[in-house]
Design a binder for this molecule. Structure first.
Ligand code: CMP
Length: 140
């Protein structure tokens, strides 16, 4: 498998508890390298656009409200098979289903406040990276 880039968000529940370092350690220990990172407070328009794919889902507005409830850390991660590897390190969306040792099993509070987001495929990774970063901000 080739070296890939994927997009990650450390969500407001995690920044609030000051555990961004613990989460980054899990990503690095899993073989991923942070090649871009910034701490931002998303606007409602940004969060709404970012999660537009979920617009028809009943949890959409709550999700947008949660994502603007505090700062987040957006990152580009690089490594062998980075997209799948990041999803493995994060664990299942619902922490109740997440495997032991994963970020969500250890840190997530609920399916909404689930500490991290990660791209689910090559196309979404490229789109999500572009949504938050210029090429010049990514330093491999
Ligand atoms: P994320 O990987 O960021 O992608 C969409 C988010 O919606 C997901 O993580 C969850 O935090 C959130 N979400 C809230 N409720 C649900 C739900 N019932 N099913 C799936 N995702 C949900």
């Amino acid at each position: 498998m080739a070296v890939q880039r994927t997009f990650s968000i450390i969500k407001p529940d995690a920044t609030k508890r000051n555990i961004t370092g613990k989460i980054v350690s899990k990503l690095e220990e899993g073989g991923l390298r942070v090649v871009a990172s910034k701490r931002i407070h998303m606007t409602e328009a940004q969060a709404g656009d970012f999660y537009a794919v979920h617009k028809e889902r009943p949890f959409y507005q709550d999700l947008v409200n949660f994502m603007i409830s505090g700062p987040v850390v957006v990152q580009v991660l690089e490594g062998e098979d980075a997209i799948a590897k990041n999803r493995e390190i994060m664990g299942a969306t619902n922490p109740a289903d997440a495997a032991a040792g994963t970020i969500r099993a250890e840190f997530a509070e609920s399916i909404e406040a689930n500490s991290v987001h990660g791209s689910d495929g090559e196309d979404t990774a490229a789109e999500e990276i572009k949504f938050f970063f210029t090429d010049a901000e990514i330093v491999g």
